[in-house]
Design a protein around this ligand. Sequence first.
Ligand code: ZN
Length: 436
Amino acid sequence: MSAVSFAPAWPPDLATARAVRLRRVRLPRWLLGPGWPSRNGTPAFADLVVVNGHVASLQPSDGPGRHVVWTTGDDHDLDGMLALPGLVEAHAHLDKTLTLDRLGETEPGLLGAIAAMMHDRAGWTPEDVRARAGTALTWAWEAGVTRLRTHCDWWEPDTVPLAWHVLGELADEWRPRLRMDRAALMPLTFFAERGEAHRLAQGLARLDPTAKLGAFIHTSRWDPLAMRHLVQAAADAGLGLDLHIDEELDPAAAGLATLAGLLRETAFAGPVMCGHACALSAQHADVALATLDAVARTAITLVTLPATNLLLQDARTGHTPRQRGLTLVKEARERGIPVLIGSDNVQDPFCAVGDYDPLQALGTGVLAAQLPAAFDVWSEAICRHDWLDPGAPMPLAVGAPADLVLFPHARPHGFPARTHGRVVLRGGRLASPHSS
Ligand SMILES: [Zn+2]
């Protein structure tokens, strides 16, 4: 397996004008396509050539070019080292993050967490939000994240939240390194009146046309007419949707099924991100699979949040949880529905753990959903930028930035075990560990 020392220079600087070749890199099967040579399902190693921080070619190591004599000297034999492209954190809450240490005891479950958060946010200042969210972005960046979406709670229809502005400033400051956008997380009740729904969506579009319109869709405040207004308002304002939907185990939850119907009826082109959809796991299989069949005919991407689902679903004091709470990720992928895995809440009352490392979210998903082939198959769920941003190029396509996360100590089996000590290259340049 991989060597632990390299000569003459490790990690390599791929941002130079000279061509640099990384030989015998082990990339995941999903990235390489059906024509890539493989043996017993294991893809052949790859030779990756980078010029000026961008991918110049990606070829099988034992392909026709294997005997080409490389004369530049910038040639690194990685001996099967695992590598992934730049990582995606598709679902975060940077406004609420890293508040756990000051909250004291909180009630278990989703509603208890909401109550604790309401109490804490009364004391938020721009400096407080900036410090906490900035720490989160640093952690994500060091983990290898190049694209992150954060939700931002929006409690008063006519008051732009303090955190919204701070997160916008941080998005601008971080743009060269990591692209962040925002989704406004509003109560569904805001959309009960058609005119008000349109006014809200138009206002958000004027504030930030790249923002996503979001809402919390739950049986406790279920209103199918408001849902219809929400979809129509987003379509008319040219906004994408990013919804917290059916984050519960009540089989009566109908948010996702209703949304799929509305998207078809209104020919809403997307993008549409649906977080959680836990209720599918509590519904009769015929009902849940019919909903997934409908979702497969829309532009919906599902994002599953294993850590918060495990911690918040089936949560009662003194009770060992029986249900896992995850949505039906395997059945969704079987139907061609894009499924991302995200961190969600990190060290706040909703989730006491987490660190914005998508590999940790993937590892939790492997355990919670019994995901096979984490490296070759399911790492796709933390790398597919185009599932978050439709039209984005496939990672490591020729001409794309050389955003790479190298794992000198990891193996395909057991992944994401031993992903510590990773090397993050952004546009070919070393991002982490710091070169000081
Ligand atoms: Zn969330």
